[in-house]
Design a protein around this ligand. Structure first.
Ligand SMILES: [Zn+2]
Length: 433
């Protein structure tokens, strides 16, 4: 994906917002049609049928007819794609798009270019025998830093070539998507870059993801995801306070919330940028990359409980959840997998932090504090995160050793609970009666 910041004129921005509204309207209609379906009813209309319905709707509806037909049709195409990929995309069923939150539209290229097969021979139409003409986006480079793209109804819209090194090359894509979030326009060209080649050194790296250190590598390096500064956090609190005190529906309230959103977007941008850079680094320098298997969704579950059984330390848990999500653990794993397909492995997480990477002994008491690890069996000392990362690199989480077989002369009876047991959740049984 090649994504750039777009700088439309205010006139162009107005037209593009209108495109967003049309695309959202059409998308939501499609969601509605499919939500209406239930067993026993006729199947909801597919893409071709929806396109016919769109033509009819454009005839009856003046507002819709004033918009761009291609933009509206592409929204249907997006919906069809999202619908067919709902089991594999990770996003599930396509859902409602909301104003201000999901502003965007797709544009299909207007240029026609001959298509070629993978081996370089012209791609021929099976029926006519003529060469197939594919779509291509119309892009023009202005100088080293700026380029422009044709957007229907707006003419040329400028965007900034931000990626260093890649700046020299314009992306070749069939379509692109324009998005508007937090006052910023972005353009993303639909190109899937090839995987990053492996260095071929056979090196294996283990990565331990944590809250204090975002990613501890087994070679001793510690990488940290940039967070908001203390000052920025204070500003968020200030604007939230102002928004809370402003009267309902006032301009002051809206602008204070907009400032909060802007600061939060900055945090997300920083996190994304860090994940991209780190995943590229990992894919380039190591042959096999091992992560511990985390179920982030379960880890960040709320501690709120129910009215009958209220949870404990709800605020602390929600704070921890926020800092877990601020680390971008999932995104780092996902982007590394994209860049190094087949070279990313998951290691079972239990005991990776309690196992000694030198002798393999698993003992809770070895973990002296958040940062220090000192094996009670062999005396090996190490940073706790590096120790865990080394275990992950070795593919070792493992099971605690049977304690009753220790010692020279036969079995020793286990005394109480093994100290190697990690804290377990309390299970609530299913009532039988
Ligand atoms: Zn040890």
């Amino acid at each position: 994906m090649a994504r750039f910041r777009m700088y439309p004129t205010s006139e162009q921005a107005g037209i593009m917002l209108e495109h967003c509204a049309h695309a959202r309207y059409v998308w939501n209609l499609a969601v509605e049609q499919h939500a209406h379906w239930m067993p026993g009813r006729r199947s909801a209309p597919g893409f071709a049928e929806q396109c016919r319905q769109l033509t009819e709707a454009r005839r009856d509806n003046e507002w819709l007819a004033a918009g761009n037909a291609d933009v509206q049709q592409q929204a249907l195409k997006d919906f069809a794609k999202a619908k067919s990929a709902r089991f594999t995309s990770g996003f599930g069923e396509p859902t409602w798009r909301r104003k201000y939150r999901h502003e965007g539209f797709r544009v299909i290229g207007t240029d026609r270019v001959p298509e070629y097969e993978a081996d370089g021979s012209p791609k021929l139409n099976v029926k006519t025998g003529k060469q197939v003409l594919g779509r291509s986006v119309v892009v023009q480079k202005l100088n080293r830093r700026w380029a422009q793209v044709k957007v229907p109804g707006c003419g040329w819209v400028r965007f900034r070539l931000s990626a260093k090194g890649k700046g020299a090359k314009l992306p070749h894509a069939k379509t692109f998507r324009v998005t508007f979030r937090n006052g910023q326009w972005h353009i993303a060209f639909a190109v899937i870059p090839g995987p990053t080649p492996a260095p071929g050194t056979g090196e294996v790296i283990g990565i331990d993801r944590g809250v204090t250190i975002t990613a501890a590598l087994s070679d001793g390096r510690k990488l940290n995801c940039p967070q908001l500064t203390v000052r920025e956090r204070a500003q968020i609190r200030k604007h939230e306070r102002r928004a809370a005190r402003a009267p309902k529906g006032s301009a002051r309230k809206t602008s204070a919330y907009a400032k909060v959103a802007q600061l939060k977007a900055r945090e997300a941008d920083r996190r994304k940028d860090w994940c991209e850079k780190t995943s590229t680094l990992l894919a380039r320098t190591y042959d096999v990359i091992r992560f511990e298997k985390l179920n982030i969704k379960n880890m960040t579950r709320s501690a709120k409980g129910t009215v009958e059984q209220p949870g404990k330390s709800v605020a602390q848990k929600s704070g921890l959840n926020r800092s877990i999500l601020a680390q971008g653990w999932g995104l780092l794993r996902q982007r590394t997998e994209h860049k190094a397909p087949g070279r990313v492995e998951d290691v079972p997480a239990p005991y990776t932090s309690l196992r000694c990477s030198a002798c393999g002994w698993i003992e809770k008491k070895s973990r002296k504090s958040q940062a220090d690890f000192a094996c009670v069996s062999c005396g090996f000392t190490c940073n706790a995160d590096t120790n865990a990362a080394t275990n992950i690199a070795a593919g070792q989480g493992g099971i605690p050793r049977p304690r009753c077989s220790a010692g020279a002369g036969g079995a020793t009876a286990a005394t109480g609970r093994s100290s190697a047991r990690e804290p377990q959740p309390t299970w609530v049984g299913i009532p039988l009666f």
